[in-house]
Design a binder for this molecule. Structure first.
Ligand code: PMV
Length: 326
C-alpha cells in the first residue's frame, strides 16, 4: 500500500516536495487549466507529543504561523499539545510551494497519527488547510505536494487522479508524463503575499477585457500542456514567453522578475514568473545542453537559482531513528 499514509504513533516524521507552476497560475483560480510539477526540493516535519503546542520552538507570545494554526484546527482537534519541527531548503513566500510542502507534510504526519489516510483524502485536507490560512486560491500546489510528478488542474478527465472540492467549486487533478527536463528556477529575493496578488488579479479578470484575457490564458495553458506532453521544447518555450506577457498584462510581474527574465533569455527556450508573481520566482526552460550556463546567468543577475526537475515522490512518512523517543 505504498500509495497511502499508514497509521503510526507519535513521534511521526513526514516529507513533501515543493512545486513549480509551468502554465496557468492565477487563471486556474477562475477555472482555467494549469500545469505544474513537484520539484526535488522538499519540506520535512517531525511531530512529537509535548507539554505545549509549538512550531520550531517559537517563543511564547510569538504570532502563530497561519498554516500551522489552520492545520491544528482542521486536522488535530483535541489531539493534545504537540511540538512540530520543520526544515526546508525551499525559500519562503517565493512561489515555489514552501507553504504547500509544509502543509502537505504536516497533514500527512497528523493523518498518520490519527489512523492513516489515502492520497486523495490527504490532497483534499491539505488544500483545506492552505485555503484556511490564505483565504483564496486553488488546490494545484497542495495536490502536487501530495502526489509528486507532473499534474494538470482543470484540464479534463484524461489521467484523472482525484477531484478537490470546496462548496460548489470542483477542480479535477490529472497526471501527465514527466518529459524528463531540467528546468531553472530562480528566486528574486522579493517575498510577496499570494493572497494579495490573487485578489488584485481577480479584480482585473472581473473588469473590462477580463474575459478575453482569461480566454487567452486558457488557450496558452492548454497548448502548453500538449507541448510538454509531446516533449516539444521549442513550442513550450514560446508558450512560456506568451504566458509571461499575459501575467505582465494582469499586473503581477515585477522589475526584479523582468531583470531575471532578460538575464535568462540567451540560454533559455522561454521563461516566465512562476507562482503568484509580484516578486517571487521565475522558471526558465534551458536550451538543450545549456542548463549550467542558464543557472550561472541567473545567479549573476542576483537571483537565487536552482536547477530542478520533477520528482515522482509525493508526501510520505520518513522513518525516525529508534533514538527519536518512540
Ligand atoms: O502561492 P504561489 O506563489 O505558489 O501561487 C499559487 C498560484 C496562484 O494561481 C496564483 C494561486 C492559486 O492558489 O492557484
Amino acid at each position: 500500500m505504498t500509495d497511502e499514509i499508514p497509521a503510526r504513533d507519535l513521534p511521526v516524521s513526514a516529507r513533501a516536495p515543493g512545486k513549480c507552476i509551468v502554465f496557468g497560475e492565477h487563471a486556474v483560480v477562475r477555472g482555467a487549466p494549469e500545469l505544474l510539477f513537484a520539484l526535488d526540493l522538499e519540506a520535512q516535519v517531525v511531530v512529537r507529543r509535548s507539554e505545549r503546542t509549538v512550531l520550531n520552538a517559537e517563543p511564547e507570545g510569538a504570532e502563530p504561523n497561519p498554516y500551522f494554526r489552520s492545520a491544528l484546527d482542521l486536522a488535530w482537534r483535541g489531539g493534545g499539545p504537540i511540538a512540530v519541527r520543520s526544515v526546508t531548503r525551499l525559500p519562503r513566500a517565493a512561489g515555489l510551494g514552501s507553504s504547500a510542502a509544509f502543509v502537505a507534510a504536516l497533514a500527512a504526519a497528523l493523518a498518520s497519527a490519527t489512523g492513516g489516510t489515502d492520497r486523495a483524502a490527504l490532497a483534499q485536507r491539505a488544500f483545506e488547510i492552505e485555503r484556511g490560512a490564505q483565504g483564496v486560491g486553488s488546490p494545484g500546489d497542495t495536490s502536487a505536494s501530495v502526489a509528486g510528478g507532473y499534474l494538470t488542474v482543470n484540464a479534463g478527465s484524461s489521467g484523472r487522479l482525484w477531484e478537490v472540492a470546496r462548496g460548489e467549486d470542483r477542480w479535477t487533478i490529472g497526471r501527465v508524463d514527466d518529459p524528463g527536463w531540467v528546468w531553472a528556477v530562480a528566486y528574486t529575493g522579493v517575498p510577496r503575499s499570494t493572497a494579495d496578488a490573487v485578489r488584485a488579479v481577480a479584480a482585473r479578470f472581473g473588469s473590462d477585457g477580463g474575459g478575453r484575457l482569461l480566454e487567452e490564458f486558457r488557450r496558452v495553458a492548454s497548448e502548453g500542456i500538449d507541448a510538454v506532453g509531446r516533449g516539444d521544447r521549442e513550442a513550450t518555450g514560446r508558450l512560456l514567453t506568451r504566458n509571461q506577457e499575459l501575467l505582465r498584462e494582469v499586473g503581477v510581474s515585477h522589475p526584479r522578475i523582468e531583470e531575471l527574465l532578460r538575464a535568462a533569455e540567451p540560454a533559455a527556450e522561454g521563461a516566465k514568473l512562476t507562482g503568484a508573481g509580484a516578486g517571487g520566482s521565475i522558471v526558465a526552460l534551458p536550451k538543450a545542453g545549456r542548463e549550467t550556463e542558464l543557472v550561472r546567468r541567473l545567479a549573476r543577475a542576483g537571483g537565487l537559482p536552482f536547477a530542478v526537475r520533477g520528482t515522482p515522490a509525493g508526501a510520505s512518512l520518513v522513518d525516525l531513528p529508534a533514538s527519536a523517543g518512540r
